[in-house]
Design a protein around this ligand. Structure first.
Ligand code: UDX
Length: 479
């Protein structure tokens, strides 16, 4: 299914780790299918070029210099979208001027948070495709809520545990949108609507599996009316050692894992964005210590409010747990999860971490904090039943939940289910599996795109082209 190496795709990732990783992985996947890959990225959190000698990189002036980017807010995201417009447009214009016969720019693929790309692509009449980095379940919940926000907001405190209408198994407390005083402020609502919109893009790519999320994908496709390509899981489609981390990975923890008994260690990490307070850190520390299970714990610099790093831990904590516990600032997570010593993952349920855990058949303790993590945690614990939800951050509850996952019969059942889930994923990636077929269709789709879209040119594409939905659709391109 490979194309001639000459066709190029330009990828525009969003600058957060959880978004950069899947876009770079997609780049590797498309490169392996014969495309030349150009990554147009922001200056902030620029990827490490030396990890991807196969890509061409282009740095865009993002206008973010001097802004506090420890937790990017709406102001910085809008500013970045505005600032990057001219650099991307100028770069693409130059590329198009220098194009030769058989060496053409096929399309731009962008993260939905980089919504400025739609304007640039429309101006230049270039086809664009959106990469969705969230699960289909999360996108479905957002789309449903935005269709009738008045049905959901404002809500009462007493409703927090009530089911969200039409969104089983979610409750009001699981709304994946930034809620303030039980409602969503207008600017936040506008922002989410903006990133949900795919503008005039001709298709969407999903880091998920059709077999896992088929019903959600079908519902979403009715809404967006463009071809969908669920080709995931990306973590299983690129080499384990492919490096996408912005922070430096501490590989010494692999040697520590090598010294541990197989299937004995709990890996603890809350991803690249979540911040906890000192109280939660201390409760977690005692929960881990009292569980008496070996653990590898990532405490990212800046992840505990008011502290630089692990100095918020009780005095003498590391000496007290000794060889049974290992604390690092950032781990090579994919290698960690693939290590035979790992028995469980205490996670914030970011979509990348979720997929990485399932791909390595590691059952989870779900402690979500914000956005899509809340939806993922509910699906993992209530629908797929491959994890236990942790909703009270007290040491005794944490200790009990860890023991349940690592030592109980219930824990064994969860492990069995995650093994089944992993096997389904492997099947989807085999020839004739849905992800494999969808990737083939994506390659054909991109190769067949008209390189400059004249007004109202119909783009013909398969809707989730594998067996489940063999129908074809015609999409009106931008006018
Ligand atoms: C954010 C959101 O929180 C998440 O919900 C959304 O789906 C994507 O954007 P993040 O919080 O970083 O992402 O979570 P996640 O999606 O899990 O991505 C984190 C990535 O960092 C994973 O690929 C993980 O392997 C990597 N990581 C994490 C490391 O390499 N080392 C670590 O120590 C911790």
């Amino acid at each position: 299914m490979k194309v001639e190496r000459k066709q190029s795709v330009v990828l525009v990732p969003f600058l957060l780790q959880g978004h950069l990783t899947p876009m770079l992985q997609l780049g590797s996947i498309l490169h392996s299918q014969g495309f030349s890959v150009i990554v147009a990225h922001t200056q902030h959190n620029a990827p490490n070029y030396s990890n991807h000698p196969e890509f061409v990189f282009h740095s865009m002036d993002d206008g973010l210099k001097g802004m506090d980017m420890s937790f990017p807010g709406l102001k910085s995201i809008y500013r970045m979208n505005e600032s990057c417009k001219a650099p991307l447009r100028n770069y693409l214009v130059r590329m198009m001027e220098e194009e030769e016969e058989g060496d053409q720019l096929a399309c731009i693929i962008y993260d939905n948070v980089m919504f400025f790309v739609d304007d640039v692509a429309t101006q230049l009449k270039l086809p664009s495709i959106v990469l969705r980095t969230f699960s289909a379940a999360c996108m479905h919940s957002m789309v449903t809520i935005f269709q009738q926000p008045e049905k959901y907001f404002p809500f009462e405190d007493s409703q927090l545990l009530d089911p969200l209408p039409e969104l089983h198994p979610l409750r009001f407390k699981d709304v994946p949108i930034h809620v303030i005083n039980n409602t969503v402020p207008e600017p936040v609502l506008d922002f989410y609507k903006r990133i949900n919109d795919i503008g005039s893009s001709v298709a969407t790519i999903w880091n998920t599996m059709q077999d896992l999320e088929n019903s959600m994908l079908l519902r979403l496709q009715k809404h967006y009316k463009v071809p969908f390509f669920p080709i995931g899981p990306f973590p299983k489609m690129v080499p384990l050692a492919s490096l996408t981390s912005i922070l430096e990975e501490d590989n010494s923890c692999i040697e520590w894992l090598d010294r541990q008994t197989p299937n004995s260690v709990l890996y603890v990490s809350l991803g690249s964005l979540v911040r906890i307070d000192e109280k939660e850190l201390i409760e977690t520390a005692w929960g881990l210590a009292n569980s008496e299970q070996p653990f590898l714990w990532v405490i990212r610099p800046g992840s505990v409010s008011g502290f630089q790093c692990a100095e918020a831990l009780p005095d003498g904590y590391e000496e007290m747990v000794g060889e049974r516990g290992r604390i690092v600032k950032w781990a090579p997570q994919k290698q960690v999860l693939a290590h035979p010593a790992i028995a469980g993952f205490f996670t914030h349920c970011g979509w990348n971490s979720t997929l990485e855990s399932i791909c390595e058949q590691v059952p989870m303790i779900c402690r979500p904090s914000l956005a899509d993590q809340l939806v993922n945690a509910r699906y993992l614990s209530q629908i797929y039943k491959v994890g236990f939800e942790l909703e009270v951050m007290e040491r005794t509850v944490i200790e009990k939940t860890i023991r349940k996952l690592m030592l109980s019969e219930e824990g064994k059942d969860v492990k069995k289910r995650v093994i089944d889930m992993k096997q389904n994923i492997v099947a989807a990636m085999q020839i004739d599996g849905t992800s494999h077929k969808n990737l083939k269709d994506l390659v054909d789709f991109i190769s067949a795109l008209p390189s400059r879209l004249p007004p109202a040119t119909p783009v013909v594409g398969a809707i989730m082209s594998s067996n489940h939905t063999p129908s074809k659709c015609i999409i009106e391109s931008r006018s």
